[in-house]
Design a protein around this ligand. Sequence first.
Ligand SMILES: Cc1ncc(COP(=O)(O)O)c(C=O)c1O
Length: 439
Amino acid sequence: MRKYSTEKSKELYEEAKDYLLNGVASYFHKADNEEYPICFTHGSGSKMYDVDGNEYIDYTGAQGPMLLGYSPKEVYERIEDQLDRGSHFSATTPQLLELSKLLTEMIPCAEMVSYQNSGTEADMFAVRTARAYTGRIKIVKFESTYHGWSDELKVSVDTDDINDFGSRDNPDRYITTAGQRREASDDVIIVPFNDIDVIKKTFEKYPDEIAAVLMEPFICDSGPIPPQPGFLEEVISVAHEHHSIVIFDEVITGFRLSSGGAQKYFDVTPDMAVFAKAVTAGLPLAVIGGKKDIMNCGVISSGTFNANPVVVAAALGAISRYSGEGVYEKLQRIGDRLAAGLMEAGRKHGVPMFAKCYGGLVSWTVGMDRPPVDFRDWLENSDIDLYSKLYLGCRNYGVRLTERRGRVNLTTEHTPEDIERTIGVVDQVLSDIEKGVAL
Ligand SMILES: Cc1ncc(COP(=O)(O)O)c(C=O)c1O
């Protein structure tokens, strides 16, 4: 197999560092173990193309949104049609009403919706709403889950050092970036995932103080870590017993696991949910949906670009595809084959692996032959170093994985040939690693 040369990407990064903070627009754009990030010119379907002319089969989905692949035609047609009529009014439109109705039909918990531009803002809005509705202040959040970069919520995430988390019985809040105010998260309680006893004890410790449990129903940003059977139902039941609400952060799982997100996939309805990323298949829009009495509790929604006509047009185009016949069945079919192939490659090279497809997401853990139970389990038992090597090795043979996390973002455009080539590349990289070939 031929290794790619990426010299132009390297040159552009060296130059960018003088003008652009860290040489990238978001820290996800460069993996920790990459000397420089690959610089891309365009994307089409399941592929991305770099400045050196290399083609990559892509599984990052641009951090998740591109469930319909790159440059999705139906979405672009709607965008172009809207651009002819104007890109931004900061006013309401008939299409906004159409989208809002559609979303309330598709997202089980959403009797009513509101909009922001990013998952970060939408999570902040959801937390504010929970506080307004319950008249309480504390928020329960799980270890390792990312809910955007606000001072309050970007805690106990983005570290591989188990000591940063404190003890399992009494987890600490880990602050992730310079300039972040620790006090901003004083009312956030951190708990391990998949442990209902800890949730029960937390509610007993803070009776009448917890406004909401904010959770990814399937932890995608680390691990990935699926919920154990019954866990989501139990969290909701305990929260309700204590007159608190549950918010599902479906920024990744929304439209990816199913047309109604993880809540439809697992048939568990929270009180509120946040959807973002895949809503538009490539433009910034975040949706907060929930029960009417919760949504309607007096929180003001502001934002110059909220649900501007172009992103609304994109969302209408994307959602019409998600509602089409056979979309999730196709994702499941190719994902099942990919998961089986990855595990076969692991077996061949004596590397334990767990891979399973959930709609548009393949959850892949290297170094373990079962899914992790929580983040500590993943940190202690998965082979993070080997996954990092796989990331780099696969990239150099033209397969773009997500950095470090094992979240494989499928698209409707991946072909059986893409999947077979990907399995072949993983096999090749594992064999290079065995032989000590430079990645
Ligand atoms: C689960 C989850 N919530 C919230 C966010 C923040 O979304 P955004 O990057 O749109 O601000 C992300 C981003 O990756 C996410 O994965």
